[in-house]
Design a protein around this ligand. Sequence first.
Ligand code: ARG
Length: 575
Amino acid sequence: MTDTTLLQLLNARFAAAFAAAGAPDANPVIQPAARPEFGDYQANGAMGAAKQLKKNPRELAQAVLELVNLDGIADKLEIAGPGFINIKLADSFLAARANAALSDAKLGVPLPASQTVVVDYSSPNLAKEMHVGHLRSTIIGDALARLLDFLGHTVVRQNHVGDWGTQFGMLTAYLVEQDKAGDAAIALDDLENFYRAAKVRFDADPAFADTARDYVVKLQSGDPMVHALWQQFLNVSMSHCEAVYSKLGVQLTRADVRGESAYNEDLPVVVADLRAKGLLTESQGAQVVFLDEFKNKDGEPAAYIIQKQGGGFLYSTSDLATLRYRADVLHADRSLYVVDARQALHFQQLFTLGRKAGYVPAAMQLEHVAFGTMMGEDGKPFKTRSGDTIKLVELLDEAVSRAYALVSEKNPDLAASVRQDVAQAVGIGAVKYADLSKHRTSDYQFSWDSMLSFEGNTAPYLQYACTRIAGIFRKAGEVSDGAAINIAEPAEHALALELARFADVLQSAAIEACPHFLCSYLYQLATQFMRFYEACPILKSEGDVQASRLQLARLTGRTLETGLGLLGITALEEM
Ligand code: ARG
């Protein structure tokens, strides 16, 4: 019954009808109806196909309408405008889909062909504290990883932390100094200050700067003492990140960490290989690749720098090695890079060069999952009042305490023990959802008031919808969970239709790496449920009708809970 999604099913039936009508190459263009009076779905492919075949689109649409086999699926088809086919699904069909979904752990979501998908996310630089840009990457990447997992893909999470580069010589030298003074632990407590203080020492004291440079060399040559210190620094820095992950409930562990330093050995190999393939050119002492695909404003090919003058390697070099690793060792079919949109050029050049150099098989998909900048309430890049970068741990704590105040105000009767958990779920959920619900490529303005609102497309609204449903079951008392869903009322039809779309929404969110598709869907589903709840009394109805409506409510609750779970957000029973 649910081995295909609704869209796949309609597409297949219409494709066959187009073929029978003499248009075998037509794309049926099936879409949810733009307005309810147009039915549930529309097949808009007749116009395009008719143009190709130089036929009259309405006549082609008529032929398709007569040929299409939608027995048991749709009970009304209609031609509108120049050749749109409006499709009204049958109540019995929607009921059967809903019943099948209820008895399936995956809610009737068919699994696409499984891929190995690398999701590179979070990936902070360990020299400093994690900042808001990494917060976005962490939230979006985690949601995508969960979604891909749910769809049966093999997901390989990769936390590509910045753990290498000359600044680590400086930090290690400073660590030694602080250690001698007995202050290392305290100094490391605030990585931002630690970095700043190290930099001040570096700039002011030539002897310190020499030691720092000496440490870089020692680090690169594998000196055990310096290596151990560097490792200690990374450990502390990583645990700062983990404090954020744990507050967020993000599924990243140490096992997922594979930082830039992991590729060190491959860097000279990459350079030598690019040289052997004739791709390298020397330019102002540096080793660069000129890619014709990328022209600068004077129309000259842009240089992608692979090795600095003096031999140092770059971000680009380790990303090339990373490409090789993901292709050769992880055997990825698809590699997602959840990284700030401002790195777009880097990734375009990386992917182009990676393919040219033969580092990835042609079939491997490489995608920069770009996101915009997080802005403060004032519309400027996110900073504290004093202009410092915001500490993420404090930001998340504030989310929880604001949610606590809000929940206490809305529901003073809630037991204190429950309230803390609710505040946790609502506060963190709000921060995540605010980020996930916008198209990721747009810049997004952080606002406590809008993310914590109980109205509109927010986490609290959806969590509240879940509690409404749980509340119905609390009031209903003992109910069997085996009853069948029957659809009779328009509001039941509309809700069941929304439920039937779940699989298609997940598929397209996964294909386009767009979690906001899922957010919009959940919001629509919750809204549709509220309409159903108004129009179709549940507790006041009786017998089979009541049993069926309870089942619709149950499926809605499960779908909301599952959907929120895929976004990394906890659904609630009460709040
Ligand atoms: N550490 C980088 C930054 O903070 C992000 C790394 C993203 N991943 C990658 N493979 N380049 O900007």
